[in-house]
Design a protein around this ligand. Structure first.
Ligand SMILES: Cc1ncc(COP(=O)(O)O)c(C=O)c1O
Length: 382
């Protein structure tokens, strides 16, 4: 019996547990869309946008088809293109830099802080110098709220102001977290997030949103979302995309937003228990002062080349792990030719060698957490 329990596989993210909790409320929400048949631009889309705006305090919310589109649309709206440089951390998911390259601009890859894994302001300033030396015009910075913890906005906004960069916050992993008492969604010019199913606020397909206080930018984003339409339906005034959030996804998100804060609290309890149980055997993540996290991912550091052995040992115990990210962006085939900030990106490279992520979600019960903690401790004791 014990043997069976020990080997029972644990899901990395348990979307079905949340589905069970939401039960018929979700069925009814989707059923309402099936009844009114406005699958694109139905009333749920505007309702969700209003509720998201109220949730984070942003004046305007433009929902869209993915987190990647959310980032790309802002760069398109600001007419970023060839000859421009956009600064991004190298330790992130590739989409942060991908959108820059898609516009024809150059991503300049910047190092991150050892303690928070988020963009380092000193390296950001060096990256601006690197861009100038390469004959590029630095236009923007895309800080990432990696794994759910906000970037260091005071320091980033200071560099951005000095260098006249606009700030596009990549909150694909961080929406719901706060920095110095303010929820993400209101820092810099605009914030992008993702509703990919595994995200803390995820839908049942792809989805995303952009947050901004700039009314003119929001109007341009709404135009880009539908092929760059103008005020007349078939007068397209700029290049755009098909990047709408569909109504069924909006209906799903409205239900999930109702329990989002409760789920964030549950994720924080798991993170606290992990920190207590593992703090003396691995490098556990710590929150910077004034930050709350939504713990989209729980990532620990296991230096000294022991990470892969730990992953194997945990797998044998039915404990899944992920490596976010085994290569920093500048180490990946499609991005190797882009410049890195002067001084290099050594912290990003070291993190890519050391990090490993453990299961975390709002429905991970304490016995399962204890099993994971024990499995990690046992594996590292060998
Ligand atoms: C940091 C970051 N940026 C952007 C994205 C892109 O979001 P999407 O998958 O919704 O396009 C993701 C998604 O994983 C992400 O983690």
């Amino acid at each position: 019996m014990n043997q069976h329990l020990r080997l029972d596989p644990i899901p990395f993210v348990d979307i079905s547990a949340q589905r069970r909790r939401l039960g018929t409320a979700l069925d009814e929400a989707v059923g309402r869309v099936m009844a009114h048949c406005q699958f694109i631009g139905g009333p749920e889309v505007a309702q969700l946008e209003a509720e998201l705006a109220a949730y984070c305090g942003a004046k305007h919310v433009v929902s869209c088809a993915s987190g990647t589109d959310a980032l790309l649309m802002v760069l398109m709206a600001k007419e970023i293109g060839p000859g421009d440089a956009v600064l991004c951390p190298s330790f992130t998911f590739c989409a942060t830099a991908e959108v820059v390259a898609l516009t024809g601009a150059t991503p300049v890859l910047v190092d991150v802080d050892e303690a928070t894994f988020n963009i380092n302001a000193a390296s950001l300033a060096r990256g601006v110098a690197t861009a100038h030396k390469a004959g590029l015009k630095p236009k923007a910075v895309i800080p990432v709220d990696l794994f759910g913890q906000p970037a260091n906005f005071d320091a980033i906004l200071a560099v951005a102001e000095a260098e006249r960069l606009f700030v596009l916050d990549d909150a694909a992993q961080g929406f719901g977290a706060s920095y110095k008492g303010r929820r993400l969604g209101t820092f810099g010019l605009a914030t992008a997030t993702s509703f990919f199913p595994a995200k803390p606020l995820g839908c049942y397909g792809d989805g995303g949103a952009i947050f901004t206080d700039d009314a003119a930018l929001a109007d341009t984003l709404r135009s880009i979302r539908v092929h760059g339409h103008g005020s007349e339906k078939y007068d397209n005034v700029r290049l755009g995309l098909t990047a709408r959030l569909d109504t069924i996804q909006a209906a799903v998100l409205i239900e999930k937003l109702k329990i989002f804060d409760d789920e964030i609290a549950a994720r924080n309890r798991v993170a606290q228990r992990y920190a207590n149980g593992l703090g003396n055997v691995v490098g556990v993540p710590r929150l910077a002062e004034g930050c709350t996290s939504i713990w989209a991912v729980y990532t620990v550091r296991v230096p000294g080349g022991r990470r892969d052995k730990l992953a194997e040992a945990l797998k044998a115990q039915g404990v899944p792990t992920m490596i976010y990210y085994p290569k920093s962006v500048h180490q990946q085939t499609a991005y190797k030719h882009f410049p890195v900030a002067e001084g290099g990106v050594a912290v990003s490279e070291q993190l890519s060698a050391d990090v490993i992520s453990l299961p975390i979600h709002a429905y991970l019960d304490e016995p399962t957490q204890d099993r994971i903690i024990k499995a990690v401790r046992d594996a590292l004791a060998d």
